[in-house]
Design a protein around this ligand. Structure first.
Ligand SMILES: [Zn+2]
Length: 217
């Protein structure tokens, strides 16, 4: 299936004529990406750091978002929805979006087409069963050449895996469309929060710098 990129060429109008739109998204994956060492043993320290998110951090994030009346998107692994039904239901109940992020944080490019289709299907089902709302957005751990086609096939509306642009664009195949919400690595655990690295001051500097630049443009 040939997919064509369709760009707005700067002609996007945001609600309320806002100059800048901010897409606040959290990868909600807990320890789903923590794999056992070569000897088959799980690193307890690494795993429990990762599990701080679904056990503790999520409730703080929800409280902070509520106090600022900000809505966000949580890219949630199927395994997290399976093991932590309460926070996933709370995210939806508080008006945020739950999108998909693999079942066990699979590296999508390592999966066969059949395996990836199954991962998307199972993740969609478990998130739907927890939040009573079907996910329509997806972010893979490294997209595969099949990801976009499989997402279109399974009725998804948006994908968020490209780092190549500032503004959203559309993947089009005949009448089928998938919106791409580009992301940048500055929030992806590289400034703050990837386990024990980074600090909030650096994050504020990077995010504020980006915002000011986009606002200026
Ligand atoms: Zn992830």
């Amino acid at each position: 299936m040939a997919l064509e990129e369709v760009h707005s060429k700067g002609k996007i109008q945001w609600p309320g004529d806002a100059r800048v739109a901010v897409f606040l998204s959290f990868d909600f994956q807990g320890g789903e990406d923590v794999r056992p060492d070569k000897n088959g043993k799980l690193n307890h320290e690494e795993y429990t750091q990762a599990e701080y998110g679904p056990k503790t951090g999520i409730w703080r994030i929800l409280r902070i978002l509520a106090s600022h009346e900000v809505k966000a998107t949580f890219l949630t692994c199927g395994g997290i929805a399976e093991r932590y039904p309460e926070p996933v239901a709370a995210i939806v109940a508080q008006g945020h979006e739950v999108a998909g992020h693999g079942y066990h944080h699979e590296v999508a490019r390592d999966l066969s087409k059949e395996e990836e289709r199954d991962v998307i299907k199972r993740t969609t089902e478990i998130i739907l069963s927890r939040g009573k709302k079907r996910p329509v957005g997806w972010r893979s751990c490294t997209q595969s050449p099949n990801s976009l086609e499989l997402l279109l096939e399974q009725g998804y509306l948006w994908n968020s895996n490209s780092f190549s642009y500032d503004l959203p664009f559309i993947w089009q195949s005949g009448k089928k469309k998938l919106v791409e919400l580009p992301r940048q690595p500055f929030g992806d655990g590289r400034t703050y929060g990837h386990r024990d690295s980074g600090n909030p001051n650096d994050t504020l500097t990077v995010w504020k710098g980006m915002f000011d630049q986009f606002y200026e443009e």
